[in-house]
Design a protein around this ligand. Structure first.
Ligand code: AMP
Ligand code: FES
Ligand code: ZN
Ligand code: ZN
Length: 312
């Protein structure tokens, strides 16, 4: 197998692009695809102050690496979610990367700063762990970006993630979500723009990028995500991709080009009813936002345990 560009031995074949690449041309391919997504969707410019949310996994470390190489001023944000060894290990990878690249890493520790961890938050709020986790992360991303004066918040969502979410939204015709499914969410209520620069690159490519770039990342999936329905959607799309390479990218990218705008009205309507949370000021449809309610329930569930412990 030879590199399509230079005819040297290739390290990866990309069936949907009908190409094989050596390590250096593959790295260039990933950078080019990222820049193409940034330009195509008007995500950001090198003048922007960029915050990359990093989980310690392959996607977010890869997007941070690529943005630094493309000349963006990008700091990292790591949130410790209190999910046992998984969180300890993922923090180590985020720190190691930041140190190696000499980049700033902002850290927020959910248990230390807000008094609960994801397993507790999920139990107290009677929400699935991924739902309590997503709610907490979204809020903390916004808050950290505002506090640090960042213009744009980047996440490592890749083509496989976005195609699986789209698949789920289509299967259930969740038209409001379809209206919001865009790789750029504009700034609003003083919060930063949110962008997903990896939407043209898949999971396998991001793992390969980290390997050829010498980036160590946490390979294990989050232990709380077991049974998450998106895993089933990803498997179904991978099966289709196996026999028809390129279908996944076409499904998602053609949705953005041809269909997404048709659902935009529904998303706007749901956004119009937003006021400010009376506790934290975040945009909310209720007096107290969902994050503040989660904090309240999770910490009040914790209190008696601590009191008993202190009293004993
Ligand atoms: P997930 O919600 O786990 O699929 O992660 C989606 C994206 O959210 C990742 O690519 C990261 O950009 C970001 N992210 C996930 N977990 C964390 C974390 N603990 N701290 C900071 N960012 C995170
Ligand atoms: Fe959020 Fe696993 S990372 S529940
Ligand atoms: Zn080559
Ligand atoms: Zn609030």
């Amino acid at each position: 197998m030879k590199c399509t560009v230079c005819r040297e031995p290739a390290v990866i074949d990309l069936r949907r692009h009908n190409s094989n690449f050596c390590a250096s041309h593959f790295t260039k391919f990933c950078r080019d695809q990222t820049q193409k997504a940034i330009d195509e969707f008007d995500m950001m410019t090198p003048a922007d102050k960029v915050l990359v949310a990093v989980s310690g996994g392959k996607d977010s470390l890869a997007v941070w690496d690529i943005l630094l190489d493309l000349g963006y001023a990008a700091s990292g944000l790591y949130i410790g979610l209190g999910i046992g060894d998984y969180s300890d290990e993922s923090k180590r990878y985020a720190r190691e990367f930041a140190e190696r690249r000499g980049a700033e890493l902002i850290e927020i520790d959910l248990p230390a700063e807000y008094g609960y961890d994801i397993p507790e938050g999920s139990r107290a709020a009677r929400r699935a762990p991924c739902s309590a986790c997503g709610l907490s992360k979204r809020h903390l991303f916004d808050q950290a970006a505002v506090d640090g004066g960042f213009d744009v918040l980047v996440t490592g969502h890749n083509l496989d993630d976005e195609a699986a979410v789209l698949f789920g939204n289509v299967l259930h015709w969740q038209t409001e979500y379809l209206g919001r499914q865009h790789p750029v969410l504009p700034a609003r209520h003083g919060f930063p723009r949110k962008v997903k620069p990896l939407v043209r690159l898949g999971e396998r490519e991001m793992a390969a990028y980290c390997i050829v770039s010498g980036i160590d990342y946490i390979v294990d999936e989050c232990p709380m995500a077991v049974g998450n329905k998106h895993i089933g959607y990803k498997n179904a799309l991978n099966e289709i991709e196996r026999t028809s390479p390129g279908t996944k990218a076409d499904f998602y990218l053609s949705f953005l080009r041809k269909a997404a705008s048709r659902f935009a009205g529904e998303a706007e309507e749901s956004r119009d009813g937003l006021g400010a949370c009376e506790r934290c000021g975040a945009p909310s449809t209720a007096d107290v936002c969902a994050f503040c309610r989660l904090v309240e329930r999770a910490t009040s569930a914790r209190q008696p345990v601590e009191l008993t412990r202190k009293g004993s």
